[in-house]
Design a protein around this ligand. Structure first.
Ligand SMILES: Cc1cc2nc3c(=O)[nH]c(=O)nc-3n(C[C@H](O)[C@H](O)[C@H](O)COP(=O)(O)O)c2cc1C
Length: 150
């Protein structure tokens, strides 16, 4: 059973690229993370893991992606005491609420008992090579925070 799950929503692939780069960093630390699209899982699955990473682009007017709505509502019924978390997402600074979905998910995870390992990581549209490298390092840092080393 893996210790870390990454759940993401991505319409045009940018957030998915971030998720994959973070996953690669976690693998470097010796853990095989579970990587799932939010449409293929549900909030109660998070309780099975020691580390939870959520990724979402921002939609509408600072909103969560539609496909994250049910998952988000169901997070009220779970408890993540003792679990560590991190949130990331692609966004577009031409909108009023830049990457607000990342903030929304961070607040919810803290509310249900999670402990934040890194500040919400927001990337402008398509991640650059440098930003993907930063994701890789976040993955490594996250795995290390869980007490796992290569
Ligand atoms: C209709 C629409 C609404 C959007 N609203 C926001 C927004 O409120 N804030 C923001 O930062 N980005 C907003 N975006 C930009 C997306 O978050 C951005 O394109 C992102 O890179 C998509 O990520 P993805 O490739 O993972 O789907 C919006 C995009 C569209 C098409």
């Amino acid at each position: 059973m893996s210790k870390i799950i990454i759940v993401y929503a991505s319409m045009s692939g940018n957030t998915e690229e971030l998720a994959e780069a973070i996953a690669a960093g976690i693998q470097e630390a010796g853990i095989e993370p579970v990587l799932k699209n939010v449409m293929d899982t549900n909030a109660s699955e998070l309780e099975k893991y020691e580390g939870v990473l959520l990724g979402a682009y921002t939609w509408g007017d600072g909103d969560l992606p539609d496909e994250f709505e049910d998952f988000y509502d169901d997070m009220d019924d779970i408890n993540l005491d003792g679990r560590k978390f991190g949130v990331f997402g692609s966004a577009d600074s031409s909108y009023t609420y830049f990457g607000k979905a990342v903030d929304t998910l961070e607040e919810k995870l803290a509310e249900i008992g999670g402990e934040k390992v890194f500040d919400g990581f927001k990337v402008e549209l398509n991640p650059s090579k440098d930003e993907k490298q930063q994701c890789h390092e976040l993955g490594l840092k996250f795995a290390t925070a869980l007490g796992v080393s290569a």
